[in-house]
Design a protein around this ligand. Sequence first.
Ligand code: NAD
Length: 490
Amino acid sequence: MTVSNGVNGHKNTAGLLNWSYFKNVVNGELETTTNTRHSINPATGEPGPEVPVATLDDVERTLNAAKAASEKWSEVPYSERQNAMLAYADALEVEKENFSQILTQEQGKPLVFARLEVDLAIHWMRTIAKLELPEERVVEDDKEIIVRFTPLGVTVGIVPWNYPILLAAGKIAPSVMAGCPIVVKPSPFTPAGDLKLVELAQPFFPPGVVQVLSGDDSLGPILTEHPIPAKISFTGSTFTGKKVMESASKTLKRVTLELGGNDPAIVTDDVDIAAVAAKVAGLAFLNSGQICLALKRIFVQESIADKFLEAMVEATKTLKVGPGTEPDVYLGPIQNQMQFEKVKTLFADIQTEKWKVAVGGSGKGPEGKGYFITPTIIDRPQLDSRIVKDEPFGPIVPFLTFKDDEEAIRLANDTQMGLGASVWSNDVERANRIARKLHAGNVWVNTHFELDPRFPFGGHKESGIGTEWGVDGLKSFCNSQTLYLKKVPA
Ligand code: NAD
């Protein structure tokens, strides 16, 4: 594989990165800090690599470098930006295995899914690089009206720990393509991969265009409050998203908020029970349930409920729990201790709420130091119970039932969240009819979580504001400007 030239005309070769250090990237330079910290490998409890803890001075220098780069970068022709982004994606492909290994080490997901995440990041970068942002133009007898999209300026991309590589790439690509320098802020739980992802960008972009700062919990608020960024592209919990919006409001920064979900699956009575139950179980427990778009409420039509639950239990029993480095593992550990303790409070509710457990239920996993939890299905808990109302973000899911389509739609929509939803049915017309009634930003028929970077992604209600990806996602990094150009002399 050869890596093509970027904007800097830099010719890269294989073995692009040195994986023995992890540094901030400020104005094209790799930097470390006096204080450092490390994440924890959630499968073993061992410390991850030392990473910087950015200081206020680092923040100032980084944002000022981004501001200085902004004017020039916004003037770089679109086709050159495209070439740089495509070259960057090629470089990621060369380094795919190293990124996959670090992802499993610090995030915990099985290696096969880590590789898939890196593949998706490459695909996202390439696809977004190929999107166009043309001017819209209306020509009339006496005037021409043009709508154009101009870069907002410096942006900050705040990334969560569940898909750190894909979600960082999904912010870097549209920001940079729109002409906006970006500062990436990784989650303190998964900093190493994102530091390397930004380091990898350096040969292809001028200094200050793609930067990264690793820090502790204080860094996010410092960035959202700072006057230089024009936009915060945030992915994380609804709780934090509200804080980000409040902080950004002080300088009227633009925000895109990609937040939590409580996705329903609606399964009608005509499906192939074994096949659909296996798919639904897989989509509830993928990434150990730590996906914004994981299936978090399973609604099955009453007449097939018992058989479907039985099949789902059988499918769930086949999903192996363990370290992501072991072959055939489907569920790695919970990513961090805080989340582990949070998920375990739902297991404590099993006793107090007298929930019926269909499979799992111990809140434990294989022996060892890792944060493992065996996948668990709760059989028909009360609709107002915490397992139904809240986003567990772990491998525990409620199994629920409905009588008819109307009830399914009502129950599925009975949530403050609105990220994703899916309908599973052999009657495609019926499924499409139900799909159009669901209040969510992403609705699938007979699949779930199958995203496409050519199209906008976002949530309804408390699942977010705005969209990322697709042409609308590019526009979200731009101001819209309408030009009214009279053809007659003044
Ligand atoms: P989180 O909200 O705790 O943290 C997300 C990021 O925000 C981290 O980088 C964190 O350091 C930073 N942060 C924390 N407090 C901040 C503040 N006050 N100001 C600015 N930044 C701050 O989320 P998490 O636990 O990392 O991720 C899990 C959540 O993310 C789940 O709710 C999940 O549904 C959601 N999520 C949503 C999407 C989506 O696209 N909608 C994708 C993945 C995850």
